[in-house]
Design a protein around this ligand. Structure first.
Ligand SMILES: Nc1ncnc2c1ncn2[C@@H]1O[C@H](COP(=O)(O)OP(=O)(O)OP(=O)(O)O)[C@@H](O)[C@H]1O
Length: 253
């Protein structure tokens, strides 16, 4: 599903962002702390009241869809997502099926299979019966992702999805997300991980100041200007991919 932002804004925090994210694309959002990434993701999910501009999903304005219709198309995992303490892991992931249920089509065996697959996709199938309150930060993050997968969205919006995850689960999650046949928009802080995205949008002070293929936008000049680091590009000889080593900027006295 294609997702398109037209002149999106909220207060002074996100200003005039227009971007078209293609069907099946993995689109990364990078930028310094406070540059407006989370706010832009919430705007794309239609969650900010009194927002300026418009979001279109496959040519349909988001504003004309009901919450249920939006939830059948789009799932958002927020950075500090929480869930009711009394839930089990399976209960939490079952919630992802809510937009698809109705009195005439209650939770059934097919929903259960979808939930099982979502738990397995994030490696949490062995913890389905565990109480949410007993999970570690990384396990909670994986359950949130499983809940979003169980929603079977066509657009998946993730705010720093590798937060709290150990390196194995970070790479597993990024591999999973890249292989999903859905459009993914995700905020990332690790710029080497961001290099794996199809395209990147760079946020700075509420504006999208660059958008394009990772190697085109994460240039040493942009990294110095926007992220205030010195970036030393290095080539991995095993596959020719570019990695960065980051160094502090030399301060002038
Ligand atoms: N509801 C709000 N009211 C006032 N200011 C807000 C609100 N939400 C966000 N902000 C401010 O807007 C700016 C952008 O916040 P946002 O969370 O979108 O940034 P971010 O790029 O996701 O940051 P980080 O990398 O630290 O997660 C920040 O300065 C934040 O303090």
């Amino acid at each position: 599903m294609r997702i398109e932002a037209r002149n999106l804004g909220w207060r002074e925090i996100v200003r005039g962002v227009s971007v078209e994210i293609r069907k099946g694309e993995t689109f990364g959002l990078v930028g310094p702390n406070g540059s407006g990434k989370s706010t832009l993701l919430r705007l794309l999910a239609g969650l900010m009241p009194r927002a300026a501009g418009e979001v279109w999903l496959d040519g349909a304005p988001l504003a004309q869809l009901s919450r249920r219709q939006i939830a059948q198309r789009l799932a958002l995992v927020e950075q500090f997502a929480d869930t009711g303490e009394a839930l089990s892991v399976r209960d939490a992931v079952d919630l992802g099926r809510t937009p698809w249920l109705s009195p005439l089509s209650p939770f059934g065996p097919e929903d259960r299979q979808i939930v099982d697959r979502a738990l397995a996709a994030v490696g949490m199938e062995g913890m389905a019966a565990r109480a949410w309150a007993t999970l570690s930060g990384g396990e909670r993050q994986r359950v949130h992702i499983a809940r979003a997968l169980a929603q079977e969205p066509r657009v998946l919006i993730l705010d720093e999805p590798t937060n709290h995850l150990d390196i194995h689960h970070q790479l597993a999650l990024l591999g999973l997300v890249a292989a999903l046949p859905v459009t993914v928009v995700m905020a990332l802080h690790d710029l080497n991980q961001a290099m794996m995205c199809d395209r990147l949008g760079v946020m700075s002070d509420g504006r999208m100041v660059a958008c394009g293929k990772p190697a085109e936008v994460l240039t040493p000049d942009n990294l110095a200007r926007i992220f205030r680091v010195r970036a030393q590009p290095m080539i991995d000889p095993s596959d020719g991919s570019t990695l960065f080593r980051f160094l502090p900027m030399e301060t002038s006295t």
